[in-house]
Design a protein around this ligand. Structure first.
Ligand code: DX5
Ligand code: ZN
Length: 222
């Protein structure tokens, strides 16, 4: 078995069975997920509605793994504390979600949580430069957010540029890619410098019996 070191897999529970979400979180934990990626959509910033802090809180006892909460919410500041108290470990907000990204990141850090910044496909990567000191995670969206099951947009130069910016600081910063990740596109993203792969469809598509195998495939294991 060959493996790629230091690659972390973050299954997106957006593709899980919402009728039994606690069991789904336990199942991906047991199947080898590194992070539990939780997509929060508000019906305003993106044209879909998913889950709120009470669901995150209800899921928390189902896994000790990192809860990686991706907020597709605008305005977002009002909700940061609720998601922090619900048991989030990483809180990622969108650069496009408000005028005061720096303040939002400050509030996440003040609550003792790791802070992530997500960039939509059309958002220039240099927006990272003035906030990289505050970030624990950079999320490059490789689909337009709102839905699972979309095709990967090959923004490889952007992932490379984000890695270059991350390499200007001493502290560890995850470079996460989200949208259309399959074993094939995972290789492209890793080659460009990503170290955390979000995947919904590619993990959940075969039902619980396939979770462990599908996570291994995303890691590059045979
Ligand atoms: C999209 C979400 C993604 C999505 C990924 O707005 O942020 O996390 O669930 O789904 P797949 O892997 O199916 O593209
Ligand atoms: Zn996501």
């Amino acid at each position: 078995m060959t493996s790629v070191p230091d690659i972390r897999i973050a299954p997106s529970i957006l593709s899980a069975d919402f009728a039994t979400l606690g069991n789904e979180v336990s199942a991906i934990d047991a199947a080898g997920a590194d992070y539990i990626h939780i997509d929060v959509m508000d019906g305003h910033f993106v044209p879909n509605i998913t889950i709120g802090p009470s669901v995150v809180k209800a899921l928390r006892p189902h896994s000790k793994k990192i809860f990686d909460v991706h907020l597709m919410v605008s305005p977002v500041d009002l909700f940061i504390e609720d998601f922090a108290n619900a048991g989030s470990d990483i809180i990622t907000v969108h650069a496009e979600a408000g005028a005061h990204t720096h303040r939002t990141l400050q509030s996440i850090k003040a609550l003792g949580k790791k802070a992530g910044l997500a960039l939509n496909p059309a958002t220039p990567v240099d927006i990272l430069e003035n906030v990289i000191d505050m970030l624990d995670l950079v999320l490059i969206m490789t689909v337009n957010p709102g839905f699972g099951g979309q095709s990967f947009i090959p923004l490889l130069d952007k992932i490379i540029a984000a890695r270059d910016i991350i390499n200007t600081v001493e502290h560890p910063v995850d470079l996460q890619v989200d949208g259309g990740i399959t074993p094939e596109t995972a290789k492209l993203a890793i080659g460009a410098g990503a170290n955390v792969l979000v995947a919904g469809t590619a993990v959940f598509k075969d039902g619980p019996d396939g979770y462990a195998k599908n996570i291994q495939l995303l890691r590059g294991e045979q």
